[in-house]
Design a protein around this ligand. Sequence first.
Ligand code: GDP
Length: 307
Amino acid sequence: MPRILAITGGVGGAKLASGLASVLDPSDLAFAVNTGDDFEHLGLKISPDIDSLTYALAGINNTETGWGREGESWNFLSALKELGGDTWFQLGDKDLALHLHRTTMLNKGKTLTEATEAIAAKLGIRHPIIPMSDQPVSTLVDTCDGELSFQNYFVKEKCEPEVNGFRFQGIESASLQAKLDQWIEGCQGIIICPSNPYVSVDPFLKLNGVKEKLAKIPTIAVSPIIGGRALKGPAAKMMRELGISSSAESVAEHYSAFIDGFVIDEADKESANSIKIPTISTNTVMLTLSDSISLAENCLGFLERFL
Ligand code: GDP
């Protein structure tokens, strides 16, 4: 098998990531994860996309809510509410333990990469989960209500304010995590998971030198937009507010400078002809692990055409 890098955000990306991890060995597959959503809350250092991927790969993600851990309890949050604390960000008890543990490790001087590795190992994950950078990058959303930090926009304001654009604070001084740099050096193919192109994938792509590195390696992307809509989250709404038509074609256009192939859902198969990049259509709706595995296999088969 060729050595693959999968670029992912949280929930949407993690679904394909689970499929890829089921068919590729840990020596052949690593994940580059967005950290632009990371933030500090109640003194805790929270990395939502890393955690979504970690829970999904460990098989302990909550498939009903689509976020967080399965079998959660909420004693901490209800006690906090009773005390008049800040409860807009949902923190289950088990999830809280992970954030506390990560924060402790970071405060003792470990890097985010080391903390992520330690947590993943304890949860039995064998594939490398690598934060895009160990230096902080914060996604800021320019909205009609002013500039909002990503979690304020996403969770507190429920993605309601109209979006004008994004800024990735710290991106100029952040460097690609060294392990990712090494992995990319020896890697034969790249898959951009069906994550939000603007807030989950762009922060990684905008790190110094990344686009140039990717341009040298066969790369395919999977559309997170199906039938003009996002299955979850604000991607389609953001596109419309940015004056971009919310379609799989627009996602292909967004990545067009460096991808070799594009994967759209079978519901959009008529659009394949209007996309300038080689495109396949298949079922991309992942409701079960077996859907994720089928899509992973189709992506790997498609990617081989460009190797
Ligand atoms: P977040 O960081 O948790 O918001 O997650 P991502 O950015 O990784 O994923 C959000 C995107 O995943 C949304 O635009 C969804 O449309 C997309 N998505 C979620 N589930 C699926 C799925 O089963 N198939 C596809 N193709 N896209 C999905």
